[in-house]
Design a protein around this ligand. Structure first.
Ligand SMILES: Cc1cc2nc3c(=O)[nH]c(=O)nc-3n(C[C@H](O)[C@H](O)[C@H](O)COP(=O)(O)OP(=O)(O)OC[C@H]3O[C@@H](n4cnc5c(N)ncnc54)[C@H](O)[C@@H]3O)c2cc1C
Ligand SMILES: *[C@@H]1O[C@H](CO)[C@@H](O)[C@H](O)[C@H]1NC(C)=O
Ligand SMILES: *[C@@H]1O[C@H](CO)[C@@H](O)[C@H](O)[C@H]1NC(C)=O
Ligand SMILES: *[C@@H]1O[C@H](CO)[C@@H](O)[C@H](O)[C@H]1NC(C)=O
Ligand SMILES: *[C@@H]1O[C@H](CO)[C@@H](O)[C@H](O)[C@H]1NC(C)=O
Ligand SMILES: *[C@@H]1O[C@H](CO)[C@@H](O)[C@H](O)[C@H]1NC(C)=O
Ligand SMILES: *[C@@H]1O[C@H](CO)[C@@H](O)[C@H](O)[C@H]1NC(C)=O
Ligand SMILES: *[C@@H]1O[C@H](CO)[C@@H](O)[C@H](O)[C@H]1NC(C)=O
Length: 598
């Protein structure tokens, strides 16, 4: 996004308030050093567990989060400013990818939240669950019908507190939503001039771009619909402001922030099934590390990058790889860190009729200040909504030529291959090119949501404070580049709908590409992550050698160790990943409670 990040962020940071008193920032403040459960990472999934496990006051839980408190951090609170909170801020892990072979060897940031709430505190707030096929495929891979859509759907009602807002009728399907859950979700609240034109286009081009009243999840996610986002009264609803907030006053929940877990502790090195019963934590590279213990389980919720890194540092992973860094092997699980899979996207730019778009908001400090004032006074205006009002999921036609050379990587026939999201301003994801600031644009994000490319995360060294090597290997398969090419052409067909005539003036710059070569070059030059990484601690059946965790999310071959975060998805859901992560965590809490009879 063309936000002048340094200006905005600086002004906003200065208004931040002190950390929440109930959180511990120092090891010495902890009530004890041994807990029933130790959760590594107070992120999206970690805070769900913190809440659900302490519903029983006889259970004692410690959450350890490397980042700071999210309290008063305005760029994390104001929805429209989501693009300013990462990358390369005090709230980001500041990872980058290695030169991407499929993307003209470019490198770019690989944002991950390092703050209470994790990536749910820094993400773009888009909230959805994915296709029923995603869950049914997970059930079929793991052999556990508990992961199927039929069973998982009930967790939506537990997770979500849906508020449609003033104009909700016809923009969502009430039966698909819960109103009594924990995290607030709703429709966007700031109308764009283009919204009605998009609806009109879905009528004019209804064969290819049908309107779908609710694309959020289940049997019917394809088509163009209204965006849903994790917002409560104009402010972000994250796992911290919802799950953790609701549980933080419980006496048996302790949260230690600003401390990184640097190693998993093994109880008895002689056992052939290693038992893990604690963690080593540290404030930073030069601080003295301290031990904390778990009587029942250590649960890794450190995310798709943090979880495999910590496993590898603790000797859990490919024996050869860990030993090459001088780490003694604890469990030889080659799949740790492999199978990294993520959505990749780029923004196509279209010239729009001047002055009708939100471009001034990202180009003109005065317009931005006005929006901030409106938000501050009334929690409304453009800053109170996320960055797109409408979006759509689509499949390649079933006779697409690529299916004669490759199988369909989507989780099933109801799941999407690609997605578009309509911004009311120029480029958002790796802006294709510097856009003139005196003109108006509509940006259409095109993302691949059923990629077949697979990458990996590896240790750079045994030092837990060293960033790992991240290679998502974007656009390295025939299917992936083919699908992007077809998506590009489809978006151009959509934007030519009569509804846009006189408003959309045509593609801008390299979004004019026509030939396969030029379209491929567009994506290889301008694509980047859309931050949906999963797969590095993949679930599989108990006896399969492919995965890292079994169907109940326990590390294979270990005792006392479980993974609950986005890394356990063996493939990426055909949707934005916070909703799927929340559902996984809700079921994980039930599995853990049942196993421990709590
Ligand atoms: C910029 C961005 C935009 C996104 N936009 C969207 C969106 O609009 N919609 C959507 O659905 N999804 C979006 N996502 C993806 C979504 O937010 C993630 O898939 C999801 O939040 C992952 O949850 P998690 O629990 O696996 O990890 P996280 O929420 O990242 O939690 C991991 C936590 O562990 C902590 N941690 C890591 N290592 C350690 C350690 N060693 N010791 C202590 N703590 C540690 C981290 O600091 C973090 O708090 C976005 C992500 C990003 C980064
Ligand atoms: C990320 O970069 C910001 C800005 O330079 C810095 O303040 C922060 O400490 C960095 N964080 C990490 C984990 O490297
Ligand atoms: C809402 O949730 C609470 C707590 O989980 C429960 O007691 C109550 O019955 C629920 N109400 C409805 C209408 O579902
Ligand atoms: C709701 O609809 C009315 C009538 O179309 C419109 O004036 C108003 O701007 C809409 N509000 C929102 C938040 O979409
Ligand atoms: C729960 O908290 C209470 C009050 O702080 C404490 O007395 C009790 O020991 C805790 N329970 C466990 C299991 O630690
Ligand atoms: C929303 O926030 C505004 C501004 O702080 C406040 O005046 C209003 O009461 C809030 N509304 C709800 C429903 O909480
Ligand atoms: C696929 O089918 C459609 C409609 O039946 C047809 O127009 C198109 O040419 C076909 N495409 C290919 C690649 O065969
Ligand atoms: C924007 O500026 C460029 C160069 O400064 C100029 O060529 C162009 O005509 C301007 N466009 C508008 C809409 O004013």
């Amino acid at each position: 996004m063309r936000h002048s990040k340094s200006n905005l962020l600086f002004a906003i940071l200065c208004t931040g308030q002190a950390a929440q008193a109930a959180l511990y920032t120092d090891f010495s403040q902890l009530p004890r050093t041994s807990f029933d459960f130790v959760i590594v990472g107070g992120g999206t999934a970690g805070n769900v567990l913190a809440n659900r496990l302490t519903e029983n006051s006889a259970v004692d839980v410690l959450v350890i989060e490397a980042g700071v408190s999210d309290e008063g951090v305005l760029p994390a609170i104001i929805p429209f400013l989501a693009p300013t909170i990462t990358p390369n801020t005090p709230y980001d892990w500041n990872y980058t990818v290695v030169p991407q072979e499929g993307l003209n060897s470019r490198v770019f940031p690989y944002n991950r939240g390092k703050i209470l709430g994790g990536s749910s505190t820094v993400n773009y707030l888009i909230h959805q669950y994915g296709s029923s096929d995603d869950y049914d495929k997970l059930a079929s891979i793991t052999g556990d019908p508990g992961w199927s859509w039929t069973n998982m759907k009930k967790y939506i009602y537990k997770h979500e507190k849906f508020n449609p807002g003033v104009n909700g009728t016809g923009r969502y399907v009430p039966e698909n939503h819960g109103t009594n859950g924990t995290t607030s979700v709703g429709l966007t609240t700031y109308p764009y001039k283009i919204d009605d034109k998009v609806l009109e286009a879905t009528k004019q081009l209804s064969n290819e771009f049908p309107f779908n009243p609710d694309t959020s999840g289940g049997e019917n996610v394809l088509g163009i619909g209204w965006m849903q986002s994790s917002i409560k009264n104009g402010s972000r609803s994250s796992s911290s402001t919802s799950y953790l907030h609701d549980a933080i006053t419980r006496p048996n929940l302790s949260v230690l922030i600003e401390h990184q877990v640097i190693k998993l502790l093994r109880q008895d090195k002689k056992l052939n099934e290693p038992v893990f019963n604690g963690v080593l934590v540290s404030r930073g590279p030069n601080a003295i590390a301290k031990q904390l213990f778990a009587e029942r389980e250590v649960i890794l919720s450190a995310g798709t990058v943090g979880t495999p890194q910590l496993l590898l540092i603790s000797g859990i992973g490919s024996k050869e790889d860990v030993e090459s860094h001088g780490i003694s092997s604890a469990i030889d699980i080659p799949a740790v860190g492999k199978n990294l899979v993520d959505h990749v996207g780029a923004t196509m730019s279209f010239n729009a009729q001047n002055l009708d778009t939100l471009d001034p908001l990202v180009n003109d400090p005065t317009a931005a200040q006005t929006a901030l004032d409106t938000w501050t006074k009334t929690r409304s205006g453009p800053y109170a909504s996320t960055l797109a009002n409408q979006f759509g999921f689509f499949r390649l036609p079933s006779n697409a030529s690529v299916f004669s050379v490759t199988t369909d990587p989507a989780s099933g026939p109801k799941a999407a291959h690609w997605e578009l999201a309509i911004n009311d301003f120029g480029g958002l994801v790796e802006p294709s090119h510097p856009l003139p600031v005196n003109a108006s644009f509509i940006g259409v994000i095109v993302a691949l949501v059923a990629p077949s490319s697979r990458g990996y995360i590896k240790l750079a060294s045994a030092d837990p404070f060293d960033k790992p090597i991240i290679d998502p290997r974007f656009l390295t398969t025939t299917f992936d580049i083919f699908t992007m090419r077809e998506a590009f052409r489809a978006v151009k067909r959509l934007m030519k709908a009569p509804a846009f005539s006189g408003y959309i003036l045509g593609p801008y710059g390299s979004s004019n590409a026509e030939t396969d070569e030029d379209i491929d070059e567009f994506f290889r030059s301008y694509s980047a992550t859309v931050w949906h990484a999963v797969g590095t601690a993949a679930m599989s059946t108990g006896n399969s050698k492919d995965g890292v965790v079994d169907a109940s999310l326990k590390i294979k071959g270990a005792k006392g160790l479980r993974v609950v975060d986005a890394s356990i998805w063996p493939f990426v859901p055909c949707a934005h990943t916070q909703g799927p992560t929340y559902l996984i965590a809700e079921r994980a809490a039930d599995i853990i409670k049942k196993e421990h009879k709590i």
